[in-house]
Ligand binder design. Sequence first.
Ligand SMILES: O=C(O)CCC(=O)C(=O)O
Ligand SMILES: [Fe+2]
Length: 229
Amino acid sequence: MAEAREHLSRFGLAKLSFIVPEEVKAAVAAEVLELVGAAGVRRDLRFASTGNTLRRMRNVRRDEVVRRSTVIPAIYHSEALLELLTEVAGEAVLPCPYEPEQYVITRLEESGDTHGWHWDDYAFALVWIIECPAVEHGGFVQCVPGTTWNKNDPQIHRAFLDGPTYSASFVPGDLYLMRTDTTLHRVYPITAGIRTIINMGYAATTDLERHISHETMDALWAESAPAAP
Ligand SMILES: O=C(O)CCC(=O)C(=O)O
Ligand SMILES: [Fe+2]
């Protein structure tokens, strides 16, 4: 735990695969794979607020997850999990007050699919890696810690010049925690294979006190999923 905490503050991200038992990972993975097949929607978008970086992916929105899932919402709100995350973060990690950002499933499945450079609206993300191609096919995470998001003028290139960019690869069964509001990050475009994750977004205490706009998320999740078969 101490090592993870140190890693998070230094690199903006920490591998946390050990904080969840294998049975829980298996239950989450089964639900995610079921949901992405039944309710996933393709997106191909760019956002001015993140310098027009690409989002090319398949997603399942939080409300679809809630409608069709039992395990994921319970785990998201688990006191035991929140306590562990709080210990790693060194400050309170809280459920996101804006429900659409609590969790989202993302699958990269076509060559060129990517979750392009961006910051998140809330302070923390716990990402569960369900499927992931080998690193030679992309799909690894890159991040620039200690950077901040000006939504009106994101200046992504300036953020790159402000500090080192780190890269981290993961395998199915891994989890990582990221400080997403002050860490510019992306998933490197894939050229083969499939990468499926669920991202659980959490707030810091300061997020509850300031006004947060949600344009990119609202646009990302604008279209609804196809009707259930
Ligand atoms: O897929 C990942 O590892 C990161 C996802 C992400 O950055 C996000 O959902 O905001
Ligand atoms: Fe993100």
